[in-house]
Design a protein. Structure first.
Length: 230
């Protein structure tokens, strides 16, 4: 995806904060840049992070936000983590993630049907949620006007498969917004986060992977509450 995804809430965000929207390397208007490893992405983005920033990271962006919080401890004041996770893939020590073969299937499908895979992935994020199909389709088309490069999507899958902050919770104040109907981030993650020291967890009962698009008013309530504390 790219920064067009924030359009449903951008006007309201701009009323309460100075907002900088960043297309990740390899995505949107930065599609010619390499995404690379998580550390590479963090290095490329770091110069664009202002002092006392609160970084809002969605999905893959949430992993990169955690990387920025660790890399820039004096510049990053807090995180708003949306449908994201400390560790995307499940293993013997972490049961709050996707099975590794799911990401492997995404990678394989990208090679054979780029457009179809991206569209199916977009639909998966709204699965089970009542939405205005016309507005969702219009948002998808605006996002797809600036598609990510194939290499960036492959690099993104590698970051999802390898990034691990399960034993490295960030020290900055953080709010986690999760959707109970999310097909990518298990809602049971809400039970694990307090054990990692996180105090602000919002589990949205009727939302899935894109709560700011499907439940913008509820989403903004949590954002405002968090910003009021900072």
């Amino acid at each position: 995806m790219n920064s067009h995804v924030w359009e449903p809430v951008l006007p309201e965000l701009q009323q309460i904060a100075q907002v900088t929207c960043i297309d990740l390397p390899g995505h949107g208007k930065n599609s010619r840049l390499p995404l690379g490893l998580l550390e590479t992405a963090v290095d490329q983005i770091a110069d664009h992070i202002p002092q006392d920033a609160i970084i809002m990271g969605w999905s893959l962006g949430g992993l990169i936000a955690q990387g920025l919080a660790h890399a820039l401890p004096k510049r990053v004041a807090g995180l708003i983590q949306i449908a994201s996770t400390p560790k995307f893939v499940a293993d013997a020590h972490w049961r709050y993630g996707l099975a590794p073969d799911v990401l492997a299937n995404f990678a394989s499908n990208l090679q054979t049907d780029y457009q179809g895979t991206v569209r199916r992935f977009f639909a998966l994020q709204f699965l089970g949620v009542k939405t205005d199909s016309r507005s969702v389709n219009a948002l998808r088309e605006r996002i797809m006007q600036h598609p990510a490069s194939m290499q960036a999507l492959e690099d993104g899958l590698n970051i999802l498969a390898s990034a691990d902050f399960a034993r490295m919770p960030v020290k900055q104040s953080t709010v986690w917004m999760l959707g109970r109907l999310d097909k990518l981030i298990p809602p049971t993650l809400a039970d694990a986060l307090p054990e990692m020291g996180y105090k602000h967890i919002a589990l949205l009962n009727s939302a899935a992977h894109v709560p700011f698009a499907t439940h913008p008013e509820l989403f903004m309530e949590h954002v405002r509450a968090f910003l009021d504390e900072h």
